[in-house]
Write a protein that binds this ligand. Structure first.
Ligand SMILES: [Zn+2]
Length: 129
């Protein structure tokens, strides 16, 4: 039980699946390796974050529906078109966090299914040096 609480806390802090340190160096920037444990986030695979983009869509749809309900609740006299536009703009403003959380969820999901040991630096590590 305690392990799940710690993992959830690491997910919400957008932390590395191995050491828990935040994976992002800015709102829209992510280093290749973890600064804490040198964990290679994309495993050296091209297109690794394509799944994260799909996860972002999965996160975004219920968020837009929730924001639409929220806008309609706050401004009940607005038309559906205006409320949808406002909800879309609100969701657009949350894009950096959606991007970060989708990548975090994707990395944690991948790491839970196929954990990487500490010495692994990606399949193309030798070629990069
Ligand atoms: Zn780390």
């Amino acid at each position: 039980m305690k392990k799940h609480v710690l993992r959830t806390r690491t997910l919400l802090r957008r932390g590395c699946p191995r050491c828990g340190r935040c994976m992002f160096s800015g709102l829209l920037s992510m280093p290749v390796n973890c600064h804490g444990c040198r964990f290679l986030f994309d495993r050296g695979e091209a297109g690794y974050f394509t799944g994260a983009m799909s996860l972002g869509s999965v996160i975004c749809f219920p968020l837009v529906v929730f924001l639409l309900a929220l806008v309609h609740w706050i401004f009940p006299n607005w038309s559906l078109m205006a409320a949808t536009a406002a909800a879309g703009c609100l969701c657009l403003s949350l894009t950096p966090w959606i991007w970060q959380f989708s990548r975090t969820f994707w990395i944690h999901l991948d790491h839970s299914v196929d954990p990487v040991d500490r010495g692994f630096r990606g399949p193309h590590a030798r070629r990069r040096r």
